[in-house]
Design a binder for this molecule. Structure first.
Ligand code: ASP
Length: 445
């Protein structure tokens, strides 16, 4: 059994967190490949090392002194080193950083030092072999990861070592310069390694015990989701539930490797398993009808109506192509006979709304066109919904019972998600009502 384990910034924020990581790694010998983020926040007032490094970079760019920020980074790593009695020559590492900074090297080099230094200290503390991500993770010039070369490099460096630690978030371009991924990219590093070593599971350790059924800012202490399919996860994260970097799913999904989201501060909690197919486990432990409820506020709905347009071939295409022309991404298109609603995020359309309305009027000649702002979209996601009749009926009656007006509703025949539009003011109330009915009540039974 091989596990790739990735620890997020909060899991390595200080010496105490390092100790928890050590316990986790040592409690299971199959945890052979370790990936780490840079030290995150220790407390609310603290700063993520990566944020500090980006700030230092901005100071350098504008010629402002960055010493006090650099000192904060030095302090963070020095205190971890001292608390854990490690021997890494941090002075030399910081000197190397300063030398390169003054030579005006790429910003990516500086920003990657968070993961690099965290990785160096953690590897020493765990007794693992440190392998610089610049030696392993290889990018193509277009910024995508060269899996073939990365695999070869990993073979080369991982051979004959029992435990390997690779810092997340960065790698090297074909010419050897360092390149960082987008924010949160250590998730991708972990997923790439999991793919290359054919891991049995990719454990992603963070500070929550898996995905919650609903945002804890709306329902306090909601239950967590024991299992979720990749497809459900995509629906949930697209609509705002974020624990994992989006791009980290592809490398593991390709090889059908489950991702297990775990909590470093609650290591006995099984967290959430993300899998291609949950059916075998669902048989043993039937899931709720609804896997998760998520959503976002601040949508604009543009609705138009024109008699007999439903039988006019190409009408919908013409309608959508106006949005395409202005490069506006559409979230949902609820349609009834001769009326169409286009749901878009308000911030994406604000700058071109009047142009779009003008073109719609000119090209489609609708009888009526209206624009409504402050709309929210709620996604009710669940693989179980297609097995059970009556879920949407119950859902709608719950809205009725709570006197929440539904503005739009849509569901595809895959029946994985029901999207319901309500006004922004009803957003939280609607989510609470759905949670109460489909999760809290089912749990009580
Ligand atoms: N340290 C980087 C960030 O803060 C990458 C990561 O944590 O995954 O975005």
């Amino acid at each position: 059994m091989i596990k790739v384990v990735k620890f997020g910034g909060s899991s390595v924020a200080n010496a105490e967190q390092f100790q928890k990581v050590k316990n986790i790694v040592e409690s299971d010998p199959s945890r052979k490949f370790i990936v780490t983020s840079a030290c995150g926040k220790e407390s609310h007032e603290d700063h993520k090392v990566t944020d500090l490094l980006y700030l230092i970079q901005a100071h350098i760019q504008y010629g402002v002194s960055y010493e006090s920020l650099f000192d904060m980074v030095v302090k963070k790593y020095t205190s971890i080193k001292e608390d854990l009695h490690l021997s890494l020559d941090l002075e030399a590492e910081f000197q190397k950083m300063r030398d390169i900074l003054t030579k005006n090297d790429t910003p990516d080099y500086l920003v990657s030092r968070g993961e690099y230094l965290t990785g160096k200290l953690l590897a020493e503390y765990l007794g693992a072999t440190f392998v610089d991500a610049a030696k392993v993770i290889q990018f193509h010039y277009d910024g995508t990861i060269d899996m073939k070369r990365t695999g070869e490099q990993l073979q080369l460096y991982a051979k004959n070592h029992e435990k390997i630690l690779v810092p997340g978030f960065y790698g090297a371009m074909p010419n050897g310069t360092i390149r960082v991924m987008s924010r949160g990219g250590s998730d991708i590093t972990g997923a790439v390694l999991a793919n290359l070593v054919n891991a049995d599971v990719y454990e992603n350790w963070t500070d929550v015990s898996g995905f919650m059924v609903v945002d804890p800012r709306i329902i306090s202490h909601p239950i967590s989701i024991p299992r979720i399919t990749y497809a459900e996860l995509r629906e949930m994260s697209y609509m705002g539930a974020n624990v994992l970097h989006d791009e980290s799913v592809y490398p593991v999904r390709e090889k059908n490797i489950p991702i297990n989201i775990r909590n470093t501060n609650e290591p006995d909690h099984p967290g959430t398993m993300i899998m291609e197919d949950c059916s075998a486990m669902d048989k043993l432990d039937p899931p709720h009808a609804i896997t998760g409820i998520t959503g976002r506020k601040n949508y604009t709905v543009i609705s138009l109506t024109k008699a007999h347009s439903s039988t006019e071939i190409g009408f919908l295409r013409k309608l959508l192509s106006v949005f395409e022309k202005y490069n506006v991404s559409i979230e949902a298109v609820p349609v009834t006979v001769d009326t169409y609603s286009i749901v878009v995020q308000t911030h994406l359309i604000n700058h071109c709304l009047y142009e779009i309305i003008g073109e719609l009027k000119e090209q489609l000649k609708p009888e009526d066109i209206r624009v409504e702002d402050h709309q929210a979209m709620i996604a009710v996601v669940g693989r179980e919904m297609k097995q059970r009749a009556g879920i949407s009926g119950q859902l709608l009656s719950e809205f009725g019972r709570n006197k929440i007006n539904i503005r739009t509703i849509s569901q595809s025949s895959y029946e994985l998600t029901i999207m319901i539009g309500v006004s922004d003011d009803d957003f939280e109330k609607a989510i609470r009502a759905i949670y109460e009915k489909f999760v809290a009540e089912e749990k009580k039974e």
